[in-house]
Design a protein around this ligand. Structure first.
Ligand code: GAP
Length: 459
């Protein structure tokens, strides 16, 4: 994990927020390459949810909803974590994480007593832990200019509820009948006590959620469908299948709304952890908002009559997916000799996810090479994200691109000026081949569209 965090900072992908003030807990900013990677992850999700299907529509609902939303959804009463405070070291811990750490000391490596970092909280005579208290995870604020007055509202802790509130409206304009889904990507907020772990668990995070509404007797089949479809999405985007698994929740793990949940888990550097949850929410949410608003939320079907649809929900985190893609892609390759080590750090990302697809590198900053490089870049620009770099030795420039996962480096040399060909260096195989400039855009577009398997799997 330390190496991934260091690389993300060094190359400006992801770094602590408010750093000039010393940072703020569990909050990160995304720089240029981080934004590009994030956009590619989200695009890949929209492709799978919308473009490649015809039974899902998109939505972008508000972050601040009517406060009754959270009463009806159960979040106000039930969206809590049990917390204990240590009166001596003044740190706060999740009681369930502490219990896990006692059972399996490796499962929670960062839960340590603030005064004696080698020990678990409660294990030293100095520790003075309070009894666990339930603490609501929703961030609260107020609408209205008056300090202490106004209407108490909440920042949404999941994007899902906006979808349920809009279900009837969407039903009308999208002219759909279940089974169909409503998909949304956006920020959610949770006042989490976390043991760190970079962007795995943060206070604000983007979710990619889809609520799939089905007739009740189809819920079991659609639940199985979405579990497999979501698992396959990660494999298609290059995650090693032996680092992925589907795990069904035990009864005592289920959220208040769920009658069945499975997690897609990834073998993160911190161990097997949830990447995405797929939940069978039954008719809990639509019934709750129907009761809360006094307006029944039902579907009238010519064959099935009047009924409340059931909901299957695949809910993923953008940042957490990015962390899995980064962890899976991170590689160090020894290119040196027995006498002198030379480690190449490379992000073996799926080309579709790579922030930059092609780097355009003139060998020298003269003799017309920069001008030809600019021409090559303008040919590629309309099709893919490119980057121009003429600073430093070619070896150093290759290594820079390897570290951000650029699949192809295009080198312009003196030969290019004579025969209008360029060298294409492949990030993973390190093979170089010459390609005519007028075929380059088509060739790289073809490579981008091809199925891709991580060289870590392919060997
Ligand atoms: N609507 C259901 C729901 O929100 P969840 O399991 O609490 O379910 C879904 O969240 C996904 O959102 C998680 O699998 C994870 O990827 C992401 N997520 C949840 N809390 C997060 C946090 N504090 N920081 C980063 N990602 C988070």
């Amino acid at each position: 994990m330390d190496k991934i965090v260091a690389l993300c900072k060094r190359r400006g992908l992801i770094f602590p927020a408010s750093e000039i003030y010393g940072g703020i807990a569990n909050t990160y900013d995304y720089g240029h390459y981080g934004v590009l990677l994030k956009r590619n992850v989200v695009d890949a999700w929209w492709d799978a949810m919308l473009q490649e299907r015809d039974d899902v529509v998109a939505l972008d609902s508000a972050i601040i909803q009517h406060p009754k939303t959270w009463e009806s959804s159960g979040h106000l009463a039930g969206f809590t974590d049990p917390l204990v405070d240590c009166k001596t070291c003044k740190k706060r811990f999740r009681a369930d994480h502490l219990a896990e750490a006692r059972e399996n000391p490796d499962s929670q490596p960062e839960i340590r007593c603030g005064r004696k970092p080698s020990q678990l909280p409660g294990d030293t005579p100095d520790c003075d832990l309070t009894e666990p208290r339930e603490f609501n995870l929703m961030f609260e604020t107020a609408i209205g200019p008056v300090q202490g007055g106004g209407t108490r509202v909440f920042l949404r802790p999941e994007t899902a509820q906006g979808i349920f509130l809009d279900f009837k409206t969407v039903l009308t304009f999208a002219r759909r009948r279940p089974p169909f889904g409503i998909a949304q990507v956006g920020k959610s907020f949770r006042n989490e006590i976390t043991p760190g772990n970079f962007i795995f668990r943060t206070l604000e995070f983007e979710q990619m959620e889809m609520e799939f509404f089905v007739p009740p007797d189809q819920a079991a089949d659609w639940y199985e469908h979405w579990k497999q479809a979501r698992f396959d999405w990660y494999v298609k985007l290059g995650l090693r299948p032996d680092h992925l698994r589907l795990r069904d929740h035990d009864e005592d793990e289920l959220s208040h709304y769920s009658s069945g949940t499975a997690d897609v888990e990834y073998l993160f550097p911190i161990g097997w952890s949830e990447l995405e949850g797929i939940a069978n929410r039954g008719n809990f949410d639509l019934t709750a908002h129907g009761n809360g608003s006094g307006k029944a939320i039902e579907v009238v079907d010519p064959e099935l009559g009047r009924y409340v649809p059931h909901v299957i929900e695949p809910a993923a985190g953008v940042g957490r997916s990015m962390l899995a893609f980064l962890a899976d892609a991170y590689d160090e390759e020894e290119l040196g000799t027995a006498e002198k080590s030379d480690i190449r750090t490379v992000l073996r990302l799926h080309p579709k996810l790579a922030p930059v697809k092609a780097a355009i590198l003139p060998l020298v900053k003269k003799d017309g090479q920069p001008e030809l490089a600019a021409e090559v870049q303008s040919l590629l620009k309309a099709r893919m994200q490119t980057e121009y770099d003429e600073g430093g030795s070619i070896g150093k420039r290759y290594r820079r691109q390897d570290e951000i996962g650029t699949p192809w480096c295009i080198t312009i040399d003196h030969e290019s000026l004579e025969d209008r060909t360029v060298t294409v260096r492949d990030r993973d195989s390190l093979q170089q081949e010459r390609i005519p400039i007028d075929q380059l855009a088509d060739e790289l577009s073809l490579r981008l569209a091809r199925p891709w398997v991580s060289p870590k799997v392919a060997g």
